[in-house]
Design a protein around this ligand. Structure first.
Ligand code: HEM
Length: 480
């Protein structure tokens, strides 16, 4: 250890590195900080994370349970972590071990060669052809409007919790795109509310309550959310404490275990169907859609496309669940912030609405026949893209993230009394970064940084100071 320390010291010295400012906690190893992080009930971003950056510096460090942690919200440093020094950082064991029970191993939880393989395996499935299936999205949108309810006099619906509805909407669209069959959780919920009982997942996907298993049954939607919530919460604790959280006497853990069974049963069912059907197809049959071959456009199903490339059941299941995790909450979160901001900003709402109507016409045919709503038309609608960019600036879905150094390395700035010297990062050291803080820095975005102003995107090209989808080789595959 002392040889490693000496090596690190001389590495730091020879690269003119200086440490960034230190955030001092009251108790040793920042136990008070950890306790607050785990138990905080308020706004974890503003009241806990961002405040530490404002108090100590946009790049700073603190003493954690397993050593010193560097925190940064500096574009240059984040660019170094994600792109320029990509090979010097990895996701680290914590993220992999945390998600492994639910997601196994795949693009979202691997590093090095394994990640490269996953990325190459999945990337072709995100081409424009595959992701521009607006017809299936439209069907789920219609269900979303049904769930919101009828418009009464005065053009208002009843008060509804949109976030819940968006979670169902994104689950339904994502499962259809990934597995070929939608969970139709919106339809199931509507039917429940109207007194009917749709059991869309089928009895084999549900875990019934019994004397041995007193917890109520869960459908796939609940199971996936339950598993995800448990893992997000577990991630707040240092990993040596996880075995305590995972004791079977602990009821959230029991519920998590049940949820895992349901999620895996659901995914395995569709993987088995796809594998059987791929085995029957002639070799090398593959997407692209048959519209290019002159016939009607076939619906793209990611599982079917992947099952033509591999017959590994676990790999197919894990990769699809990983994409479901990456794509579902993120989209629901963006949607709900968008609507919250529209509600708070009536002038912006009116402007966006009239821009969309003047671009696409009303929803009623034949109005929109001249400029149908297509993927390309949506992308080139500037007021819409400025609006979305601004929502993701103020409310990036992944506000904080972290990486672990694979060997001694350097971040270009933030060290020393003037905060301009490079910082030495030790092999195995945790580096956290916050795009939430970066997206709100007044020195980058101006004094009005905290204000919601889609017009700030007029003529602005985003660089490393704007990273809602990450950057570098691991940039989000679903960003389009
Ligand atoms: C508003 C929507 C979304 C946001 C803000 C978002 C954001 C992100 C971010 C920040 C990462 C980097 C995570 C990290 O490296 O630690 C990421 C990765 C990823 N995202 Fe998204 N995402 C969104 C939607 C989607 C969708 C819809 C899909 C798929 C259908 C998707 C698939 C992925 C995948 C596969 C990765 C892993 C890439 C890799 O590690 O190589 N995302 N996303």
């Amino acid at each position: 250890k002392s040889r490693k320390n000496a090596k690190f010291k001389s590495f730091a010295l020879s690269n003119h590195c200086e440490p960034p400012p230190l955030q001092v906690d009251m108790l040793p190893y920042g136990i008070d900080r950890l306790a607050k992080f785990v138990t905080i009930k308020g706004d974890i971003l503003d009241d806990f994370i961002a405040i530490r950056y404002y108090d100590t510096g946009y790049t700073h460090r603190f003493s954690g349970v397993s050593g010193e942690v560097v925190c940064t919200s500096d574009p240059q440093n984040i660019q170094a972590i994600l792109a320029l020094r990509f090979a010097d950082f990895e996701l680290g064991a914590t993220r992999k071990e945390n998600f492994a029970p639910l997601l196994g191993s795949g693009i979202f939880t691997s590093d090095g060669l394994e990640w490269e393989h996953s990325r190459a395996f999945l990337r072709p499935q995100f081409s424009r052809e595959q992701i521009s299936d607006l017809e299936s999205a439209e069907r789920h949108i219609v269900n979303l409007f049904r769930a919101i309810g009828p418009v009464a006099e005065g053009m208002w619906t009843k008060e509804v919790d949109l976030l819940e509805l968006f979670y169902r909407f994104t689950l339904d669209t994502a499962t259809e795109f990934l597995f070929g069959e939608s969970t139709e959780s919106q339809v199931a919920e509507l039917s429940k509310k109207q007194g009917g009982g749709i059991d869309k997942d089928g009895p084999e996907n549900q875990l019934k309550s019994s004397p041995k298993n007193p917890e109520p049954e869960m459908d796939f939607a609940t199971a996936f959310t339950t598993a995800q919530d448990f893992l997000s919460w577990q991630l707040r604790f240092p990993s040596p404490l996880w075995p305590i959280i995972q004791l079977p006497i602990f009821s959230p853990y029991r519920r998590f275990s049940q949820a895992l069974t349901i999620v895996h049963r659901f995914a395995n069912k569709y993987v088995d169907i796809a594998l059987k059907s791929a085995a029957k197809k002639p070799a090398m049959a593959s997407f692209p859609p048959s519209s290019e071959k002159g016939g009607p456009r076939e619906r793209f199903v990611m599982l079917e496309a992947l099952a033509e490339k591999t017959q590994d059941r676990d790999q197919l299941r894990d990769q699809l669940l990983q994409i479901l995790l990456a794509g579902r909450d993120t989209t629901a979160s963006l949607l709900s912030w968008s609507f919250a901001l529209l509600a708070q900003n009536p002038a912006i709402f009116s402007h966006l609405r009239s821009s969309i109507l003047s671009t696409f016409g009303s929803a009623e045919p034949p109005d929109n026949s001249d400029n149908p709503i297509t993927f390309t038309a949506l992308k080139s609608c500037r007021p819409l893209s400025h609006f979305i960019s601004e929502v993701l600036r103020l409310y990036p879905v992944l506000p904080c993230n972290f990486r672990v150094a694979t060997h001694n390395t350097i971040l270009p700035t933030g060290g020393g009394p003037d905060g301009k010297s490079p910082i030495a990062i030790r092999e195995g050291q945790l580096v956290t970064y916050s795009v939430y803080v970066m997206h709100r820095r007044t020195d980058i975005w101006g004094e009005d940084a905290a204000e919601f102003k889609p017009e700030r995107w007029e003529g602005r090209k985003a660089g490393w100071e704007y990273l809602p989808f990450n950057g570098g080789p691991r940039i989000c595959l679903g960003r389009e």
